[in-house]
Write a protein that binds this ligand. Structure first.
Ligand code: SAM
Length: 329
């Protein structure tokens, strides 16, 4: 346990999917006058340097946020033929030029969040000036108003320390609470929330196989405690039975509870092992991930229907790239 550090993965393609969804959720849910409680069960460090040792070592942002920006910037003027849901992308399709790129509104909102943290990038639009990447706590906090609350859980001692320091710098006092506790357990204490409006992000590292079971049990328990909350779960799509079972379990529990649901996946490449020129077998890295949302806002499907084809066109690495978008209830 605890070998996972999100700093290695910050800004990768999974973050692009997760954070675009999170922003769309936060934007919609903070429009109402009633207070919202946001609970982030696995918060991470809150902020990451894209030019820091971790991100530079893993280079995952180069297949995520940097690829998204540079592919849009260098691409030609013809918009790529968007992949239909469930279909593979046309990997050879060119994307339009960055300045004129017709970003889907949800991706525009995602880039706006990055611009707020990176004034130089906001001015120039140059991906080289994107130095700081926000984790989910900073994204969530940006959308809160005075009446809303944010509860963050993070178990890793170093990430907890960084998160506490990063949140302190915001100077938002008691609006944001950080706890070094198990997020699956801690969530229970906040459901139902005082004003009966809540958004939960459950984004474990899945370092341990048991995380998959804990997520489905935690969501079943949460929906029982507070049926009308919005619950967003991120999961990796990897060749492992637990990873395939998780969205199925979440769908069953939403249907049984009579709640609406939305399931989006983004695949950027094949999951097959590759062999390099010296015969060395190389793991391809995370090929795909998904977001499962219980009680999504009615606007989310349209938001993602426009954003996912662009993610595929800009982030797709081979002919396996594609997306799916299903909903029910
Ligand atoms: N949500 C973050 C974001 O989007 O920026 C990334 C979170 S990262 C995928 C998962 C985090 O959960 C890691 O920082 C890990 O240390 C932490 N963690 C692992 N098990 C935990 C648990 N049971 N409760 C709370 N945090 C945990």
């Amino acid at each position: 346990m605890f070998s996972y550090r999100h700093a290695f993965h910050a800004g990768n393609h999974a973050d692009v999917l997760k954070h675009t969804c999170l922003i769309a959720l936060m934007k919609y849910l903070t429009q109402k006058d009633t207070a919202l409680t946001v609970i982030d069960t696995h918060a991470g460090a809150g902020l990451y340097r894209l030019d820091g040792d971790y991100t530079e070592t893993s280079g995952e942002a180069s297949e995520g946020i940097f690829k998204l920006l540079t592919a849009a910037k260098t691409a030609q003027t013809q918009p790529p033929k968007p992949a239909a849901a469930g279909k593979k992308a046309d990997a050879a399709a060119p994307a339009p030029a960055a300045s004129a790129y017709p970003w889907a509104p949800a991706l525009q909102d995602y880039l706006d969040v990055l611009r707020k943290l990176n004034p130089h990038f906001a001015q120039t639009g140059d991906p080289a000036h994107l130095k700081i990447y926000p984790g989910s706590p900073f994204i969530e906090q940006q959308f809160l108003s005075g009446r809303d609350k944010l509860k963050l859980f993070e178990l890793h001692p170093t990430d907890f320390k960084s998160l506490t320091g990063n949140i302190e710098q915001l100077g938002v006092g008691r609006q944001v609470a950080v706890a070094r506790e198990d997020g699956f357990e801690g969530l229970k204490t906040f459901l139902p929330p005082p004003a009966r409006r809540a958004m939960v992000l459950c984004d474990p590292s899945y370092e341990m196989k048991t995380d998959y079971l804990r997520v489905s049990a935690c969501m079943a328990d949460s929906v029982k405690r507070f049926a009308t909350g919005t619950y967003a779960v991120w999961y990796p799509i990897i060749p492992r039975p637990e990873a395939h079972d998780l969205p199925r379990k979440l769908k069953t529990l939403a249907v049984k509870a009579g709640r609406s649901w939305l399931h989006a996946t983004l695949t950027v490449k094949s999951s097959k092992l590759i062999t390099d020129s010296e015969g060395e077998v190389i793991r391809p890295g995370l090929p795909a991930s998904g977001m499962f949302i219980i009680n999504p806002p009615h606007t989310l499907k349209a938001d993602l229907n426009a954003a996912l084809p662009q993610m595929v066109a800009l982030l797709g690495q081979d002919r396996n790239a594609g997306f799916t978008l299903e909903h029910g209830g």
